[in-house]
Write a protein that binds this ligand. Structure first.
Ligand code: ASP
Length: 313
């Protein structure tokens, strides 16, 4: 039987509003019929919080812990987590956890006290995926509502529906059929960012019609060590932000650009040449921000555009 360690962190899957509290992990696991038939389970509580209270540092530490667990006699790790920031944590796991063993995050859109509660099934399916040899070498995954999504692409797309996650860039990576994962995309090993720490002072600015440089300048004035800008379409920006980009360049604050669209790459050659901006590739601003935190730590003192681009290639 496969060995799966479950790290619990809180979220709606642990919420018991009727009792006015959030349950500890052992109580969450106790609500799942068939869990111990799916794998040999070890449980460890990481924290008990709503995911709105998760910080990048907590996500990083969670990834480091998952990596430690996986270096032992374990086949896979499952993490229970609130859905609100799950798309960020799963991408952090993708960048931090080395090796081919499955790392799967899951949660619930409905509490255990609601009609149609989804937490128990989601957790069971996450364990079934983590226990499967088919799930190796696929990066960190999110399992919810019978769907498997890759951490790199997944986003929360609905605030209340149990089908709350989507992967706009490529669709779901697989589904759980019965008790088995079925994958629609080939295996692709994780490529962890070699960072022993993170630099958390990274801001995210979304461009909108008529945007000027006030927010970007406020980031620099507020001490940001890096800024991610979600640009329009394939890489267009309102002229009003250009002085802000120049200020970042002069202050040595790397600016990573991704599209504000749900999916797609950017072409920012002119902004790269003029202001040293970095092309973040095809990912959301939320994910690029976490990647920049790791890149800044991994880069050490050399945070010039050429060096930083290596982390987004
Ligand atoms: N409030 C919850 C959270 O911790 C929402 C959820 O888990 O679905 O993110």
């Amino acid at each position: 039987m496969a060995k799966v360690t479950i790290l619990t962190t809180g979220g709606t899957i642990a919420s018991r509003p009727g009792a006015g509290r959030m349950a500890h992990g052992d109580e969450v696991l106790g609500t799942v019929p068939g869990l111990h038939e799916a794998a040999e389970i070890v449980h460890e509580e990481f924290c008990v919080v709503a995911s709105s209270q998760m910080t990048p540092r907590m996500m990083f530490n969670l990834g480091k812990r998952a990596g430690e667990v996986l270096s032992g006699d374990v086949d896979g790790v499952v993490i229970t987590h609130g859905t609100d920031t799950m798309e960020e944590t799963v991408y952090m796991l993708d960048m931090v956890v080395p090796g081919p063993k499955p790392v799967v995050i899951t949660g619930a859109m409905r509490t255990a006290e609601e009609v149609g509660t989804d937490g128990a099934r989601n957790l069971l399916e996450a364990v079934q995926v983590a226990a499967s040899p088919q799930a190796r070498s696929r990066g960190a995954m999110l399992v919810l509502n019978d769907e498997i999504h890759l951490g790199r692409f997944v986003a929360k797309v609905h605030s209340s529906n149990p089908r709350a996650f989507g992967s706009p860039a490529q669709g779901r990576a697989g589904e759980v059929h019965g008790s088995q994962p079925v994958f629609y995309v080939p295996q692709s090993p994780r490529k962890p960012v070699p960072a022993d720490d993170i630099v958390t002072d990274v801001d995210l600015v979304r461009l909108y019609s008529g945007a000027d440089d006030r927010l970007i300048k406020a980031c620099v004035a507020g001490g940001a060590r890096g800024v991610v800008v979600e640009v329009m379409g394939k890489g267009n920006v309102p002229r009003g932000i250009l002085p802000g980009l120049d200020e970042c360049r002069k202050a040595g604050v790397p600016v990573v650009m991704v599209t504000r669209c749900q999916a797609g790459p950017v072409e920012i050659g002119r902004l790269e040449d003029q202001f040293g901006c970095i092309n973040g590739g095809e990912m959301t601003g939320l994910k690029a921000r976490l990647r920049l935190m790791l890149a800044l730590a991994a880069a050490g003192q050399d945070r010039g555009p050429e060096r930083m681009r290596q982390f987004f290639a």
